[in-house]
Design a protein around this ligand. Sequence first.
Ligand code: URA
Length: 434
Amino acid sequence: MRMYDIIMKKRNGGELSQEEIQFFVEGYTNGKIPDYQVSALMMAIYFQKMTEQETLSLTMAMADSGEKLNLSAIHGVKVDKHSTGGVGDKTSLALTPMVAACGIPVAKMSGRGLGHTGGTIDKLESFPGFTTALTTEQFINNVNRIGIAIMGQTADLAPADKKLYALRDVTATVDNLSLIASSIMSKKLAAGADAIVLDVKTGSGAFMKQEQDARALAEEMVKIGKNAGRKTIAVISDMDQPLGYAVGNALEVKEAIDTLQGNGPADFLELCLTLGSQMLIVGGKAADCKEAEEKLKGVIADGSALKKLAEFVAAQGGDSNVVYQPELLPKARIVLPVEADRSGYISHIVCDEVGICSLMLGGGRETKDSVIDLSVGIVLCRKVGDFVKAGEPLAFIYANDEKRAKEAGKRYFAACTISGTAPTKTRFIKDVIW
Ligand code: URA
């Protein structure tokens, strides 16, 4: 087999066989096929697209390219959850203890934040002492013992995707549906869960800005999951404004704790209940959404979800007192209000700009090696559709540097539009695809 022939076949619109896909994925991963040939193939795929069978073959070849987690030692149906990423997305922090308290074993690999979106691991590190550096054995033992463990993605999980994604990033070939779907799903399949619930975001803070693109990605990933023999469901949710009110690591942890205490923001709670219901149904713990929601609301009301969070934090070396005393979380020195210059309705908040404000304050990573400040961020006071009077705060900026606080404040102000009329309400959960 020759890479040249594979590139030409795809360039001319042909369908690559499983062997051909396997050949280039293996050859690229072990360094036998050079970047320039794989770049040419990625561009050919970008223009000619991939069939359902090709997309599945690519996903499986990438999933098989490195270590695969074997979760068979964990009792019960393991259900993983994945978000395509957004601003203020602290879902895993509240959702995983909720479903674990309902009896779903959570064995999850999470990532760190890069750019304007945050990562679960950084947020969890707001608990002093918390670590995600677990051995596979500790990870599995923790799930069997307390029902929940989260570890960092190992370097050897789907290494082919890591290499291909870095190449696509610099060759303008990221935004192809089959390539994105196979990239995400290869990591999920290698992480070993029996079922996968995907949270596909859409809007100005999401990877997929348009709803039809988010829907197409969701459908593609559900097809891959099913073809690979895993129950897969996708929820399409709004990311046209930040999720909840808090953006920034420790601030989001506080909001997740508030939610588990029954005081969560409506949109965030709705998302946790929607995703959690699907997880309970595929995990065999509820027959339908109604029963699942009742169970999930029950574990919030009786405190068992909050207790599960405390157990999980303690099991991974963190200070679980913080769960009951969130005032112990890292605190910013400066709290600066951003005030409305007129009265009216908030008609739009440019969501990715809010993520960039948090990044500017030091709450996110500009590069992989940046050290982040866990205490900084933004807490919104008004969301889209809310009325604000001139002089009232739109948000509070949490910072440790005056200059950065003022810059972020100006940027946040510019990201908000205040209008004379209330905007039309849009649905927060757009669809559930299975
Ligand atoms: N996220 C991924 O993991 N892969 C892509 O290709 C795009 C987003």
